[in-house]
Design a protein around this ligand. Structure first.
Ligand SMILES: NC(=O)c1ccc[n+]([C@@H]2O[C@H](COP(=O)([O-])OP(=O)(O)OC[C@H]3O[C@@H](n4cnc5c(N)ncnc54)[C@H](OP(=O)(O)O)[C@@H]3O)[C@@H](O)[C@H]2O)c1
Length: 253
């Protein structure tokens, strides 16, 4: 029963952000569930996760892709299809953060954050959709944020970008659900990754955050494996345009 619902044997998943943090855990989890993996990665000399995936008996190719490079981003999904002959799952897990008081926030930081978090997500979704929609099958999973709902503090570009990811997910779902393509997003709460080193090291801010999380602790990258495998599998056949929170209860409070 669980293999039929959640198994990913024979599927090909393209993953951004697979070198570190949540994306890395998720890429490994998809491979454990049976998927072959294309890692869309800028640092092609980082091969640890590729080896880990191959250790699960899966095929893995690193597709060179600096998400700041529009031409590489546009070429990435066609390269996945060329390497594997197909694409069944796209996970947009890469993301960046920049923090500054809004009055000092630079235009460069604004452009970088909007470009990587929102525009490249859109381009990769569109490129994947060009294969998935005619095939009447596919799973797209975007990484949104609590800041898809809330404004955050000193992170105006990030909040704007993640609000956009949430809306983009729904917009694509409205077009592609009837084509057999599920477009959903995952909403992480506060997760202990490199992105949050500054917050974790700030004792006061760290305590404020912990006091606000019903689960009482930071989340871990591994907490996302179940949610992403679910959204990538047949188990989520009728789940469309959903924002799946993995947040220790934050949004319910
Ligand atoms: N951590 C949280 O609390 C939290 C909360 C809400 C939402 N999220 C979202 O969840 C996702 C994963 O977050 P995370 O905390 O796991 O992030 P992370 O540990 O900071 O890792 C970021 C990933 O994005 C990749 N990346 C960044 N810029 C890139 C570029 N120009 N080209 C190619 N890859 C690039 C990084 O690759 P390199 O190794 O090459 O730098 C890395 O794999 C992100 O979308 C984030 O916004 C996280």
């Amino acid at each position: 029963m669980s293999e039929k619902l959640f198994g990913l044997n024979g599927k090909v998943a393209a993953v951004t952000g697979g070198t570190r943090g949540i994306g890395r855990a998720v890429a490994g989890g998809l491979a454990e569930a049976g998927a072959d993996i294309a890692l869309l990665q800028r640092n092609t000399s980082q091969v640890d996760i590729k080896k880990e995936i191959e250790g699960h008996g899966r095929t893995c190719h690193i597709i060179p892709c600096d998400l700041n490079d529009k031409e590489q981003v546009k070429a990435a999904i066609p390269s996945v299809v060329e390497a594997f002959g197909r694409i069944d799952i796209l996970v947009n897990a890469a993301g960046i953060q920049r923090r500054s008081d809004a009055v000092d926030f630079s235009e460069e930081d604004w452009d970088d954050v909007l470009n990587i978090n929102l525009k490249t997500t859109w381009i990769l979704c569109q490129q994947a959709g060009r294969y998935m929609v005619p095939n009447k099958s596919g799973k797209i999973i975007n990484f949104a944020s609590l800041l898809s709902y809330q404004g955050g503090i000193r992170v105006p570009a990030y909040a704007a970008s993640k609000g956009g990811v949430s809306q983009l997910t729904k917009a694509l779902s409205n077009e592609w659900a009837k084509e057999g393509v599920n477009v959903n997003s995952v909403v992480p709460g506060y997760i202990a990754t490199d992105m949050n080193t500054a917050l974790i090291q700030d004792e006061d801010r760290n305590q404020q955050i912990l006091d606000r999380i019903p689960a009482g602790d930071w989340g871990k990258p591994e907490d996302f494996i179940g949610a992403v495998v679910f959204l990538a599998s047949d188990a989520s056949r009728y789940v469309h345009g959903h924002q799946l929170a993995v947040d220790g209860g934050w949004l319910g409070r």
